[in-house]
Design a protein around this ligand. Structure first.
Ligand SMILES: Cc1cc2nc3c(=O)[nH]c(=O)nc-3n(C[C@H](O)[C@H](O)[C@H](O)COP(=O)(O)OP(=O)(O)OC[C@H]3O[C@@H](n4cnc5c(N)ncnc54)[C@H](O)[C@@H]3O)c2cc1C
Length: 452
C-alpha cells in the first residue's frame, strides 16, 4: 500500500512496543498522515506485555536474521540518550542442567554461537555448579551442599555473554509514548477498548473501528497491534495463542543490593527460570514455563453480529483481577530454583507477583503481515516473549510491510500462518498451558485463597 497516495488516516490498535514504534515510524516517514493510537489504557499500559520493570536486550540469537536485527536494535538503544539512564550492560548468564536433550542442545548452540559472534573476553564459561554459583556470589562462596538441596542440581553448566543487557521496560515505553505525544500527527484515544474492526462487507475492506462505547472511528488503514488481546479482534487463535508466564519480585536489603549489584541476568534453559540483577531494591524472577491460559467463549471477532461464537484464551490481569497472585505450582517452581541459586532469599515473601501475557506463535516468529482476507487491515503481533528488544526498529519494519517494501526473507518469516518450532530463538519449556481457572489464587490481606 502506498501511504503517500492515501490521503487519510491510520488507526493503530495497541500502544505496546509494536504500536508505539510503528506510530513513530509512520509519523516520521509520512508527516502529512494522521495517526490515531487506541488503547484500553493510557501508556505505559500497566498490564501490557511491553510494560514491566525489566526486559533483556541481547543479540545472541541462533537465527542469523534475529541476530542481525537485534544487534541493530541494541546499537540504537545504546545510542539513544533518553534510554541510556535505563539501560544496564551487565551481561546474561545462560545455564542448564547439562542433561542431553532439547534444552541442552539449545544451550550448546547458544554457546557455539556467542563464541563465533563475540570476542573471547566477552564470554565467561562455567563448567561446574560451583562456577555457576560463584558467578553471582563471588569466588569465596559455595553452593548449597547436596544433602541440604535434596534433589539433583540443575545449575551445572553456564556461560555469560557480557554484551547482553537489561533495560527498564516501563520507563522506556514512557519515553516512546512521550515521543509520540510530541508529534503533531499522532493522537491517542485511551481508556475505551476497541470492540471490533469495522469492515465493508461488499469489498471486505477495513474502514475503521468501533469502540466499546459504540463510538466509531474511520480510517483508510487499521493496524492491529493488540498483543495477547489480538485474538479478540481477528481470528488468529491458531496462529498466535495467548498464554501467560509467572513473574515475582523479591524485596532486597541495601546490603543485598550492594552484594549482587554487578551480577548478570541469570537464566536456566532447563528450568526456564530467569533472575534479574537488583533494580529499585528488588529482584525480579520469572519462569518461561508452559504457562497458563484463560479460555473464554466470545462472538466471532470478524463477524460479531453473525451469531457464531469461538473459544479463545484472553488475558486475565491485575487490571481486571487485582487480587490475583501466581498459582501455587508457579510459586513452588520459582522458589525451587531460588533454593539452589539464591538460597538466602528463597523463602522470602514476594513483594508482588503477576502473570505476564504473551501472544505466542508456534515458531516464535512475529506476525507482521496484511490480513489474509480483509483489505487495509495489517497485523503486527505474535511477539512471543522476545519482541521487546526490537523497539527502536520494529516500527519501520512494520511500515515496510504495510508499504510492500519488507525484505523477502522477512515477509516469509513474519507471514500469517507459519508453522514449525521456535528453533531456540525464544525457548520455552515443553508442555501445555494450564487452564487458569483451575489453579488461580487470590490474595486478601495476608491470606492467599486457592481456586476462587
Ligand atoms: C514475562 C515476559 C518476559 C519477556 N522478556 C522479554 C525480554 O527479556 N526481551 C524481549 O525482547 N522481549 C521479552 N518479552 C516479550 C515482549 O515483552 C513482547 O513480545 C512485547 O512486549 C509485545 O508487545 P506488543 O506491543 O505486542 O504487546 P502489548 O505491550 O501487550 O501491547 C498491546 C496493547 O494493546 C492494547 N489492547 C489490547 N486489546 C485492545 C483493544 N481491544 N482496544 C484497544 N487496545 C487494546 C493493550 O492494552 C496493550 O497495551 C517478554 C514477555 C514476557 C511476558
Amino acid at each position: 500500500m502506498d501511504l503517500t497516495k492515501v490521503p487519510s488516516d491510520v488507526i493503530i490498535i495497541g500502544a505496546g512496543i509494536f504500536g508505539l514504534s510503528t506510530a513513530l515510524a509512520i509519523s516520521k516517514r509520512h508527516p502529512h498522515y494522521q495517526i490515531t493510537v487506541i488503547d484500553r489504557l493510557t501508556p505505559p499500559v500497566i498490564d501490557g506485555t511491553s510494560v514491566d520493570t525489566t526486559r533483556c536486550i541481547r543479540a545472541d540469537y541462533p537465527d542469523p536474521i534475529y541476530a542481525r536485527l537485534a544487534s541493530e536494535a541494541q546499537k540504537k538503544i545504546e545510542a539513544d540518550p533518553d534510554l541510556a539512564p535505563y539501560y544496564f550492560k551487565q551481561g546474561m548468564t545462560f545455564a542448564c542442567d547439562g542433561k542431553p536433550g532439547k534444552m541442552f542442545d539449545f544451550w550448546q548452540r547458544g554457546l557455539d554461537n556467542v563464541r563465533k559472534q563475540h570476542a573471547a573476553d566477552s564470554i565467561i564459561e562455567m563448567n561446574s555448579a560451583e562456577e555457576v554459583f560463584r558467578r553471582i556470589h563471588g569466588v569465596a562462596s559455595n553452593p548449597v551442599p547436596d544433602d541440604q538441596l535434596e534433589r539433583e542440581r540443575k545449575w551445572i553448566r553456564g556461560y555469560t555473554n557480557l554484551e547482553d543487557a537489561f533495560i527498564d521496560a516501563e520507563a522506556s515505553v514512557r519515553v516512546y509514548y512521550e515521543r509520540c505525544l510530541a508529534r503533531k500527527n499522532i493522537v491517542f484515544v485511551c481508556g475505551t477498548p476497541v470492540r471490533n474492526i469495522i469492515k465493508d462487507p461488499q469489498s471486505q475492506t477495513a474502514t475503521g473501528v468501533m469502540l466499546e462505547d459504540r463510538r466509531q472511528l474511520k480510517a483508510s488503514l487499521v493496524l492491529l497491534a493488540a498483543g495477547a488481546w489480538s485474538n479478540t479482534l481477528v481470528n488468529i487463535e491458531e496462529l498466535a495463542y495467548s498464554s501467560a508466564i509467572e513473574v515475582a519480585w523479591i524485596p532486597l536489603t541495601p546490603d543485598e543490593c550492594e552484594r549482587w549489584k554487578n551480577m548478570s541476568i541469570t537464566t536456566n534453559l532447563s528450568t526456564g527460570f530467569n533472575l534479574f540483577p537488583p533494580y529499585n531494591s528488588e529482584m525480579k524472577c520469572l519462569r518461561r514455563s508452559p504457562g497458563y491460559c484463560n479460555t473464554v467463549t466470545i462472538p466471532d471477532p470478524e463477524n460479531p453480529e453473525g451469531g457464531h461464537n469461538i473459544k479463545v484464551s484472553v488475558p486475565r490481569t491485575v487490571v481486571t483481577n487485582p487480587t490475583d497472585v501466581i498459582p501455587q505450582d508457579a510459586e513452588n517452581a520459582l522458589r525451587d530454583n531460588l533454593r539452589e541459586l539464591m538460597p538466602s532469599i528463597a523463602g522470602r515473601k514476594f513483594d508482588r507477583t503477576k502473570l505476564c501475557w504473551i501472544s505466542q506463535t508456534p515458531t516464535a516468529d512475529f506476525i507482521i503481515s496484511p490480513h489474509p482476507h480483509t483489505k487495509n487491515l495489517h497485523i503486527a503481533t505474535g511477539g512471543s516473549a522476545h519482541a521487546w528488544k526490537f523497539l527502536p526498529i520494529i516500527g519501520d519494519l512494520v511500515l515496510d510491510s504495510i508499504e510492500g517494501k519488507l525484505d523477502a526473507e522477512l515477509v516469509r518469516k513474519w507471514a500469517w500462518g507459519r508453522h514449525g518450532s521456535d528453533g531456540g530463538n525464544a525457548p520455552r519449556m515443553s508442555g501445555n498451558a494450564q487452564e487458569l481457572r483451575d489453579v488461580v489464587r487470590s490474595q486478601t490481606g495476608d491470606v492467599i485463597l486457592g481456586k476462587i
